[in-house]
Design a protein around this ligand. Structure first.
Ligand code: ATP
Ligand code: MG
Length: 648
């Protein structure tokens, strides 16, 4: 917590924002003191086909974990995202699509999306898809991904989106796990100028003998490339929607009917099939979107996450559309065709709110001012970060460079399991501290506990737990009831265990220190990986760093740091000494890395998170069983690191 400079709410921002600090305080208190009354009122943020009389039926008690919200209400997600906006916003832009190629973009109004969703819903029904059936999406970032999601929700089908960069094996495993009846894909995807043969991959997955649940594959013609065709199984999107009416009665879903299954990133092990249900999830996504991003009618909101991640579900599609916002859906990557692409897109579409990840920010930061060359970014009024702890250095670069030193940043902490944001600044209410996710959202009661589960008070550090349920909470692990309780409620009874560590400072602000499994214990001192990595990255020559603990005869654990340098920098003995001294000065002698491993790239999940469990194994030469590496973005990085370690 070296950086204590406060960034107060800018006066201009405060004037127009939805909530100021005293409003936040009052609402927060109410939400904790009387959750039943608070959520009874807030549940009205969405439209109900049948109003709920029950609000909160939840228990974290061992042996009887039960989470139900708005249990007797009925609603439809697509009707909330589309139909209810047609009266006032039919001609408002719902989706701005920006293609991988900067020459390609397209705008769809709420009316357009409504009609396309209805047509596709009818098409799904015509293929025999019914309420409760599971539909797998393996889609590039095109409007049809959102349209397919919404169509599933309209007819009560449960979607499961698999990131369209996963291998056929990973796809097959997920299809099998959830018993999907239908797969929706495209002929090919386009990303950073490269072609991804999506349909080939689906064919390969479905050819595996263990995959028997899929009857049909609907293929959207994205590039119109030649693809193999399985007569009787494969159908073109344009054929199945051709004669379908652009009206489709939305199914009245029970609040606790399943909405989607989504597999976690697999940073800590085998991915979990997280199940979310309809009412609570939608209320929570809608409300967090509104307040965390201080939604204004004229906003253009850009979340750079892929639809295959929870962030893409809650803040690219459901949260924005339920609020009648304009959401940008980007096919490409932040640095293609050149380093300034993200900034160019902001200017092109006059983006007001940008929501991205530290991994993208650090990659751009390594290129310095090239990331903003030729752009103004004056339309921005708010920026967000999600996915990993954002180190203060990257925070400040994001703030000063992308945000022109005038745009507040919401550092939002949450998980696939939580459905929506749990700890975050509210931009009109919260003074910011770089690197801190700050305070809980409404209805969230975070706490810190020691390893025995004792509550820690005041300024402290420990395991981050949540003491009571909130509407967006996951309801189970699909097909594995017992793993749910074991994974989240058994370590500390009567609490939801997040698996993350955190510090709480004197102002009650939370600082996420990383995953509990990654915490180091050096000579009896517990240290989060985030803190040491943050010190490393604040060195002007370092682009990224990942720290793991290795057994050490004297200290118990030693510090092994993987470091990548900024473009044009060279590693040598002098730099090694300098960097070690740097960390000493920043944190203290105790945090000095024992080993610096210079490398070109770190192993990351497809969602951009560093996989420290693999780095731990490489550092200890324990590379025979690396565990589940199926969600790695680039497996060759691992081979390079192993070779570097052996040659060191
Ligand atoms: P798995 O659970 O399969 O190991 P995962 O935890 O990476 O995968 P996600 O649900 O995508 O899957 O990620 C949630 C995790 O990301 C959080 O538990 C936390 O460790 C990290 N995280 C997300 N946002 C933030 C943030 N703003 N600050 C710090 N950490 C964050
Ligand atoms: Mg996790």
């Amino acid at each position: 917590m070296s950086d204590t400079k406060l960034y107060p709410v800018p006066a201009e921002f405060a004037q127009n924002s939805l909530l100021n600090d005293s409003a936040y305080q009052a609402m927060y208190k109410h939400s904790i003191n009387d959750p039943e009354a608070f959520w009874r009122e807030q549940g009205q943020i969405v439209d109900w086909i049948k109003p709920y009389s029950q609000v909160k039926n939840t228990s974290f008690q061992p042996g009887s974990i039960d989470i139900k919200w708005f249990q007797d209400g009925k609603l439809n997600v697509s009707a909330n995202c589309l139909d209810r906006h047609l009266k006032d916003n039919a001609n408002k832009t719902a989706i701005i699509w920006e293609g991988d190629n900067p020459a390609d973009s397209e705008k769809l109004t709420y009316q357009d999306v409504y009609e396309k969703v209805c047509q596709f819903s009818n098409a799904l029904k015509a293929q025999g898809i019914k309420k409760g059936d599971v539909v797998c999406l393996y889609m590039p970032m095109i409007p049809e991904a959102a349209i397919a999601m919404l169509a599933c929700t309209r007819i009560g089908a449960v979607h499961t989106i698999v990131f369209a960069g996963f291998s056929a094996g990973a796809l097959a495993e997920r299809i099998n796990n959830c018993g999907a009846k239908l797969v929706i894909t495209a002929d090919e995807g386009v990303r950073a100028g490269r072609i991804i043969r999506l349909k080939d991959c689906v064919d390969k997955a479905l050819a595996k003998p263990q995959v028997t649940s899929v009857n049909n594959v609907i293929v959207f013609a994205r590039t119109k490339a030649d693809i193999a065709w399985h007569e009787g199984r494969d159908l073109w999107w344009h054929d199945v929607v051709k004669d379908q009416p652009s009206e489709c009665e939305p199914e009245a879903m029970n609040a606790e009917d399943p909405l989607f299954i989504l597999y976690t990133s697999g940073s800590t092990g085998k991915p979990k099939g997280v199940l979310h249900t309809t009412g609570g999830y939608l209320v929570y996504a809608t409300m967090t979107f509104k307040y965390v991003f201080d939604h204004q009618d004229s906003d253009v909101f850009w979340c750079t996450a892929d639809v295959g991640w929870i962030t893409g579900h809650s803040y690219l599609v459901y949260g924005p559309l339920a609020n009648a916002a304009t959401t940008v859906l980007f096919e490409g990557v932040p640095n293609y065709p050149d380093t300034a692409r993200m900034s160019q897109v902001i200017d092109k579409h006059q983006v007001t709110t940008l929501y991205t990840a530290p991994t993208a920010i650090r990659a751009l930061m390594a290129k310095g001012d090239d990331a903003i060359a030729g752009t103004k970014r004056t339309s921005l009024r708010l920026m967000g970060s999600v996915g990993e702890p954002i180190n203060p250095e990257a925070w400040r670069w994001y703030y000063n460079t992308i945000g022109n030193s005038s745009t507040p940043i919401v550092d939002t902490w949450w998980q696939t399991e939580t459905g929506g944001i749990l700890i975050t600044p509210l931009p009109g209410a919260t003074a910011l501290k770089p690197g801190s996710a700050t305070r809980p959202f409404f209805g969230i009661s975070p706490a810190l506990v020691d390893n025995e589960g004792n509550l820690l008070e005041g300024e402290n550090e420990g395991n981050l737990v949540i003491l009571d349920s909130w509407p967006g909470q996951m309801r189970g692990i699909y097909g594995d009831e017992s793993r749910f309780e074991e994974a989240y409620f058994s370590t500390f009874p009567n609490m939801y265990c997040t698996g993350d560590g955190a510090k709480r400072d004197a102002d009650g602000y939370y600082w996420i220190t990383g995953r509990v499994d990654d915490v180091l214990n050096v000579s009896g001192h517990r240290m989060g990986t985030a803190e040491i990595e943050s010190a490393l990255v604040s060195h002007s020559k370092i682009a990224e760093a990942a720290v793991v603990g290795v057994p050490h005869d004297i200290k118990g654990q030693g510090i092994y740091a993987y470091v990548t340098l900024n473009a044009g920098e060279k590693a040598d003995d002098a730099l090694e000494a300098e960097v070690k001294q740097w960390v000493r000065n920043e944190i203290g002698a105790i945090a000095t890395p024992d080993t610096l491993h210079w490398t070109q790239a770190l192993p990351k999940t497809r969602s951009g998170k560093i996989m420290r469990r693999i780095l731990r194994k490489i550092a200890t030469n324990d590379t025979d069983s690396l565990g589940d590496t199926s969600t790695l973005a680039d497996p060759s990085v691992v081979d390079t690191l192993i070779a570097e370690k052996q040659n060191a």
